[in-house]
Design a protein around this ligand. Structure first.
Ligand code: RUQ
Ligand code: CUA
Length: 653
């Protein structure tokens, strides 16, 4: 140990004098001791752009954050499952329906695993999908507007964790339940769990033209916990793999009782077979209740529809479609290499990684070499499907990504490190410490057929002494390693917002040219849009008042309104007439029970205000839009209910 430290110190010193180029960073025992060449690798000069986008899940923030790599600069937070006052998402009338569920308005979730759409196994950069873990939902975010366009709720699910992962041509976005539950939900004793609860795996089809989501079928699996999943690709395209734990089906003292079995399973699902079965009329349609919310880019408005049924499939009715691969010790991560040949299951309670072979699996299935069954689903023999074991020497393996050069990188939560190993020979090639307790890691494209293996980003759970203390709760931290050489080199670390579980990265070249810059006024199909300031007006219909308002630097039209009464519902529909990139206007009304709105050029957004008190109440622009931003304001005169002050407004004449 002493010797190790001494060597690390020496390396550190050499690195500091900068004589060693590729020599590793030498920071095994001290913080911050990076060579200046490492700093240069992460440095993106002012005005220059990053090479990659990184989309990180926000965990308990419910959203996605967008960073640049290698700089670690944060560009944006995209609201998905959580209300977001910064833009008014989930507060504006147009976006409230996005957060509707069968439980009503649920303005928060726990987002875990983003995945970028693919064509032929390669990132195509059209959409990014992400799961809501808590109130099971899947969202689709446009990668041209960087806005959430669609959210679909998942019935018969709970703890939507093994989600959202997509198949090779984005045929499906797949979601699996972590907690098994009674299906259909009903009042029953918890200790009758075993044999009675079910684990639903949902296959949501994606329209290749517009990305539209449709819950095509749910496979009702035995009541295990479905932890993570990945699609097959290349030769294994058409299959999906899910890790399971609690195959014991325990329902209390889980930390002990669900760790009894030496091996749990990876469930291998031939979804092509099941798709064929349902296309031929197979499956059972059952009552269900779930919301399907869609945002229209042209009307800038979302609608929410409650669906009433879902097609379920009993796996035992589709012979040859579902198999169990025994996998040691409550496996967590489930990853498939770029060729589609290796399926890696990381037993989070073991030191070793189990690698299954797709070819072996097919041979075992064809030879009908089964080792019994679970609830009618054949179990393959561990030895028959095994490709190899990585004797890593680490502890607590979680997740694996690939560099496209035949190497895999696995995170170890307990021993806080990233381990690089070779596919096929299973030898460990390198290991680097992380600071600290790393969960997922991400290589841009690292879960596709074509990884861009230049950097790996480790997402760490514990920050402790990495940054200045800011009270007991700190942002998590990510670390970037350059993996272009034989050895990984730590080049930078940066705080990340919320709890990034997983992330998805993509070369900037594939996205930046397609990023939308303005909404053309001529394409604005919002029903309450004011396309010409001369059409700005205020209309009363009973106690509902619609304000058709337009804005342009530095004026609201109308700017003064009289004749509003206590008890009215006032809808401000505001159209931003700017046609320049990046000139939003904001809108905020004193005392409104909602957030401000941020209205992008060419867009229309609506804020509801229910005046409570008579008086003269101001509104203003919240976004510093010009030198005369402070002049962007107006007043609303509110009279007592029943007063006869006539409705009037000024158009700035
Ligand atoms: S996981 S706790 Cu993605 Cu390792 Cu969620
Ligand atoms: Cu518009 Cu400030």
């Amino acid at each position: 140990m002493k010797k190790y430290k001494y060597i690390m110190m020496l390396l550190g010193i050499t690195a500091l004098i900068g004589s060693c180029g590729n020599q590793g960073n030498g920071n095994g025992s001290s913080n911050g001791a990076l060579s200046s060449s490492a700093a240069e690798k992460a440095y993106v000069a002012p005005g220059e752009h990053d090479e990659f986008y990184a989309f990180m899940s926000g965990g308990y923030s419910g959203n996605i954050t967008v960073y640049g790599l290698p700089s670690g600069r944060m560009f944006k937070e995209i609201p998905v499952f959580s209300q977001f006052p910064t833009s008014g998402y989930g507060y504006s009338e147009e976006t409230k329906p996005m957060l509707n569920t069968s439980y009503g308005f649920v303005p928060w979730d726990d987002s875990h695993h983003p995945d970028i759409s693919q064509s032929k196994g390669e990132l195509d950069g059209r959409w990014i999908f992400i799961n809501g873990n808590n109130t099971p939902r899947i969202a689709r975010v446009s990668l041209s507007t960087f806005e959430t366009e669609e959210i679909i709720e998942l019935p018969n699910s709970a703890g939507n964790h093994s989600s959202s992962f997509i198949t090779e041509n984005t045929e499906y976005v797949v979601a699996g339940t972590r907690f098994s539950v009674p299906v259909p939900q009903r009042d029953m004793p918890i200790n009758e769990y075993k044999g009675n609860f079910k684990g639903a795996l949902s296959f949501i089809s994606v329209d290749p033209e517009n990305g539209g989501l449709d819950l095509k079928f749910q496979l009702l699996m035995p009541g295990f916990n479905y932890d993570l999943s990945h699609p097959g690709r290349g030769k294994s395209h058409g299959w999906f793999f899910f890790t399971t734990y609690n195959t014991e089906e325990a329902n209390s003292l889980m930390e002990v009782n669900s760790s009894q079995n030496d091996k749990d399973f990876i469930a291998a699902i031939n979804w092509k077979k099941i798709e064929e079965y349902v296309n031929n009329g197979g499956g059972t349609t059952v009552p269900a209740e779930y919301a399907h919310n869609v945002y229209d880019e042209h009307t800038h408005t979302a609608t929410s529809t409650i669906k009433k049924e879902v097609l379920t499939v009993d796996p035992t009715k589709v012979p040859g479609a579902v198999f169990f691969l025994p996998t040691p010790k409550s496996p967590h991560g489930c990853d498939v290499d770029p060729s589609g040949q290796y399926i890696i299951g990381n037993g989070k309670l073991s030191a070793d990684l189990t690698v299954h072979s797709f070819d072996n699996m097919i041979a075992a299935i064809e030879g009908k070499k089964f080792d019994g069954e679970a609830y009618g689903i054949p179990i393959l023999k561990f030895e028959d499907v095994l490709a190899g074991v990585v004797k890593s020497g680490g502890l607590g393996p979680l997740h694996t990504e690939f560099d496209g050069q035949g190497n895999a990188y696995t995170t170890f939560f307990i021993s806080s490190e990233v381990v690089k190993w070779k596919l096929g020979t299973w030898e460990v090639l390198d290991r680097q410490p992380t600071f600290y307790s790393v969960g997922h890691l991400m290589i841009p494209g690292g879960n596709s057929a074509k990884p861009f293996g230049k950097y790996v980003v480790a997402m760490n759970k514990i920050t402790k002494d990495r940054y200045l203390p800011v009270g007991p709760e700190m942002e998590h931290s990510a670390q970037i390693y350059d993996i272009s050489g034989d050895k990984m080199e730590l080049i930078y670390d940066f705080p990340t917002h919320g709890e990034p579980h997983y992330a998805a990265g993509i070369p900037a070249d594939l996205l930046a040219p397609k990023a939308k810059k303005i909404y053309r006024l001529t394409e604005n199909e919002h029903p309450y849009a004011v396309l010409n300031p001369a059409d700005a007006r205020v209309e009363r219909d009973g106690n509902v008042v619609h304000v058709y308002m337009s804005t342009i630097r530095s004026h609201f039209t109308p700017d003064n309104i009289e004749g509003i009464k206590v008890g009215d519902k006032v809808y401000f529909h505001i159209t931003n007439h700017e046609q320049d990139f990046d000139v939003p206007h904001g809108f905020a009304m004193i005392g409104q029970n909602t957030s401000e709105l941020l209205i992008m050029p060419g867009q229309t957004k609506t804020s509801l205000w229910e005046p409570k008190k008579p008086g003269v109440w101001p509104f203003y622009c919240t976004d510093f839009c010009s030198a005369l931003h402070q002049e962007m304001q107006g007043y609303v005169r509110v009279s007592p209910s029943g007063s006869d002050v006539p409705l009037t407004y000024t158009l700035g004449e």
